[in-house]
Design a protein around this ligand. Sequence first.
Ligand code: UT7
Length: 332
Amino acid sequence: MTYHTSESLSHAHITAIGSYVPERKLTNADLEQLVDTNDEWIVKRTGMHERRIAREDEFTSHLAIAAVEHMIAAFQTDLSNVDLILVATHTPDLPFPSVACQLQAHFNIPHTGALDLNATCAGFPYAIHLANGLIAGGAHRKILVVAADTMSKITDYTDRSTCILFGDGAGAVIIESKPEPKAFLGSRLGTDGTGGIHVYRTGLADTLNGQSLEGNSKLVQNGREVYRFAVTQIPQGIKELTEAAGVSIDDIDWFIPHSANLRIIEAMNERTGISREKTLISLDYFGNTSAASIPLALDLGVKSGQVKPGDLLLLYGFGGGLTHCGLLVRWG
Ligand code: UT7
């Protein structure tokens, strides 16, 4: 592991992106065969049409590797001088070794630190926030950030209120030190641990804050409570983040919220004044892919040519914890 010291602060920039979703589709019609639901309800309540589902032998590390490979193909990225790998996931193949260590081995990256971090659906902006701080402080120069989850492995396909939502995917970016101008304009992190009971998955314990949990090792969610959390906390967070950064709503080129549910996102649009046209989503054909949902939407925007170098992005993740993280950053 190499530590860098720097007398003057560096500027961190996102310089490359790639993403991957598995081939197999799970459509609303497929879900009608599994649980008592229908296409009209799902589209009206969530905006979702399809999700991608990993094969039985396909895990988060495989999706993560494929996303990095796509990034290398699109941006000719050199990984040999990456000095830290951060993987945002709550569905690693194994409790340990981490997915980050699996990436190090696969890509044979010679001198790097590697760790997974778990901020559930807010994991991507959290990891970017950390990468920015480590580069700005001079500790690192080039960080590979991957956000990947295989939600299908932890979804209860007998529970119609959750199984319609989730899909699998991965996104990868490079954050590296570059000269002026400054690309990261602000961040806002928040946590409500008392709300953890509203979306969880049991592991070693089956109680939380003294309350008993449904110990089926699949995701359990009180959708209405998470919905309420998202539509109140995130618009307030956006107000505080933009005011602190001295940025107006009109300055934002692209809003990329966690793709949890289109109704949640439309409520955020209404409450913040950020138009739907400036909002990038990935949920319509990929579902809620947890940590991967924001980089999937950003990659779609970059590949389609909508997102251009210098554009100001507002990324906002939220999810289990309960936790949330917003970032203002220029692309490229
Ligand atoms: O990424 C992690 C963060 N998670 C989220 O952001 C999830 C946030 N929450 C949501 O997206 C929504 O709450 C859901 C999509 C989960 C549910 O939508 P909702 O509009 O909040 O529905 P609801 O839970 O209030 O249920 C309304 C009705 C109920 O029937 P009754 O009690 O009114 O007769 C449910 O039983 O809809 C019923 N229902 C369904 N009907 C058909 C629930 N799921 C389904 C379904 N198909 N799949």
